[in-house]
Design a protein around this ligand. Structure first.
Ligand code: GLA
Length: 458
């Protein structure tokens, strides 16, 4: 039973210098002591990019960097938030009047998403307030899921403040849904790994129903994260939602072309399931149905038998209403081929052939090429960084997370790791002022970390 509920530990604070430090800051800020603490990790996705919202399995692992919150429930309805990073200003709000502004992705809004998710779920009377001090070690806007970690951490804080429990899977689903209050139509990967991660293993995350299976990574290879230092906040632009909409429109056209009820078909995976075809067969259907030139709203409307206005208001999201050209062939081709690569990656990890590292590296390289050329979610700096990583010994290297900036993940034979880190540092970070100031947490090897947890002082 315990495994199903976000776990809590009773700890001696003296043995946890980071918590002790946070407690001291909390006391000086709020003039009272925190009642409990919560941590929620960031993640790195090894393979399976931009396919979770199409229904397909992904393969991430939690990283060591996290969001940590010290919290004290209050008897008033006020939420007071402070951040140890002075870049993020203090914020207070009456919990009865929460409205999440979708026009500006301000840091505290992610907290409010998690808070609101739990409050709406339990829906009991008036919400209770709290004092919270937040510390984050995940580089923001870098594709390592700092925002989802904050949403998940806030949801767990709120759950604990209400003295409730929920299965981890429900927490993950609830947080994926409530993060959409911010306006992005993300899938469920980030919140799922945040709750379902376990130390020492990557996870295959499957959806509908949500479940996580251990994937043992091959020994002898390290996974290295490198930040391109190009910031990408997926809520600040429409890039992300445009891709989600392109996949949605591709779904509708594929369904219609094969005589399915297109209105009742939402995701690219639904088409595959309804047609009972393999991923390879879906790639043939994609070639058959789509032309490579971008589709206009008029052409799509005509194909589906609806007006452009209906298409905009009934299918597109708020921030994609003005988009006039959609690349359906390229996006669908990426999704079905990437979904196949994830399954192949897992199979290689299970079967562990002698050349596993090389085979996995090849899949990571193919994934990057597909993200770059078909999904167009890379950028010149990411491409350059991937090239540098390969040049200095990575067997595979790819962008990770939403893309358009943020980090790469590379698979490096352990005996080459030290040289690799030194060479990449020299080639990408050293002679660039902005990059070298970020350097310390911009390039590091990582191991699969544990999931979100709560702590009480013993
Ligand atoms: C973001 C979203 C995820 C996923 C990735 C791309 O991190 O939150 O749901 O779609 O981008 O793989």
């Amino acid at each position: 039973m315990a495994a199903d509920v976000p776990p809590t530990l009773s700890i001696q604070l003296v043995e946890e210098p980071r918590l002790l430090k946070l407690k001291k800051l909390f006391v000086s800020k709020f003039e009272s002591a925190p009642k409990f603490y919560v941590r929620a990790p960031g993640r790195v996705n090894l393979i399976g990019e931009h396919i979770d919202y199409c229904g397909y399995a992904v393969l991430p692992m939690a990283i060591e960097q996290d969001i940590l919150i010290a919290a004290e429930p209050l008897s008033t309805s006020f939420i007071h938030l402070a951040n140890t990073n002075p870049f993020y200003s203090d914020f207070s709000i009456n919990a009865n009047t929460i409205e999440i502004d979708q026009t500006k992705p301000l840091w505290h809004n992610y907290f409010l998403c998690g808070f609101k998710g739990i409050e709406d779920h339990f829906g009991l009377g008036s919400p209770s307030g709290m004092n919270c001090l937040i510390e984050g070690t995940i580089p923001p806007s870098s594709g390592l899921s700092s925002s989802s970690a904050l949403v998940c951490c806030a949801a767990l804080v709120t759950l604990m403040a209400k003295e409730k429990t929920l299965p981890k899977v429900e927490m993950a689903e609830l947080c994926a849904k409530s993060e959409r209050y911010i306006g992005t139509e993300g899938g469920g990967m980030d919140q799922s790994i945040c709750f379902l991660a376990e130390k020492g293993t990557a996870k295959l995350i499957e959806f509908n129903p949500l479940r996580a299976t251990d994937v043992r990574l091959p020994s002898g290879a390290a996974f290295v994260i490198a930040n391109s230092c190009v910031e990408m906040n997926k809520a600040a632009t429409s890039h992300f939602n445009i891709r989600v909409m392109e996949c949605r429109l591709a779904t509708k056209l594929l369904a219609k072309s094969r005589g399915l009820d297109w209105k009742a078909t939402a995701k690219l995976q639904d088409v595959q399931v309804k047609l009972k075809l393999s991923l390879e067969e879906m790639l043939i259907v994609v070639e058959d149905v789509f032309h490579p030139e971008p589709y206009t709203t008029e052409e799509i409307g005509e194909y589906l038998g609806i007006s452009s206005k209906e298409l905009r208001t009934q299918i597109l999201s708020q921030n994609t209403q003005d988009v006039t050209a959609f690349k359906l062939y390229q996006r669908a081709k990426h999704v079905y081929s990437e979904a196949a690569r994830v399954l192949e990656f897992k199979k290689i990890c299970e079967e562990a052939p002698d050349n596993a590292v090389q085979l996995l590296g090849d899949l990571m390289n193919q994934s990057h090429a597909s993200c770059k050329d078909l999904y167009e979610c890379s950028c010149p700096e990411l491409d350059r960084l991937v090239d540098i990583c390969r040049q200095f010994g990575a067997v595979g290297s790819r962008l990770t997370g939403a893309g358009w900036g943020g980090c790469t993940v590379s698979m490096v034979p352990e005996n080459k790791l030290e040289r690799f880190l030194a060479n990449v540092k020299e080639a990408y970070y050293k002679n660039n002022n902005q990059r070298s100031t970020l350097e310390d947490n911009s390039l590091f090897a990582t191991n699969p970390g544990g999931g979100a947890m709560g702590f009480f002082e013993a």
